[in-house]
Design a protein around this ligand. Sequence first.
Ligand code: ZN
Length: 177
Amino acid sequence: MHSKFLNLTNRKDDINKMTSFRIGHGYDVHRLVEGRKFILGGVDIPYEKGLLGHSDADVLAHAISDSILGALALGDIGKLFPDTDSTFKGADSLVLLGEVCSLIREKGYEIGNIDSTVCAQAPKLFPHILSMRENIAKACQIDVSQISVKATTEESLGFTGEKLGISTTAVSLLYKI
Ligand code: ZN
């Protein structure tokens, strides 16, 4: 029986090829409360409530940061920028995202593309999608075509449906330079 998987040398080559691409996943949730700005993808969106958090609570920037870190098994932004550190109080999450990108570049990786989905019953996010993509592209020093932001509702179900909070998932593909 001939199979390249039985040949150890070929298998090592395959593994080396595989490590030139790395995929990461990120997930984040923030509670919606009164008296806070609603910052998403660096856009200050007018809404009766805002996201609660130690930083600016930009749930989209956080999920994307975690997906990039996850691709190289570098932990998450909670580990990198702990909320016990007063330096990060009210921090601009896009600046933190920029630092995450610098970190993976130091390790010899570049961003292929990022895809993300924000689950929010309200406010309407569609008019702000392009601005969010432009902000994230600038923070990550990538082209806007490399970052996708989608918005959906959860049909009034669960905590996002009841407008108690907003969740975001993101995936990032990195490649070795
Ligand atoms: Zn967060």
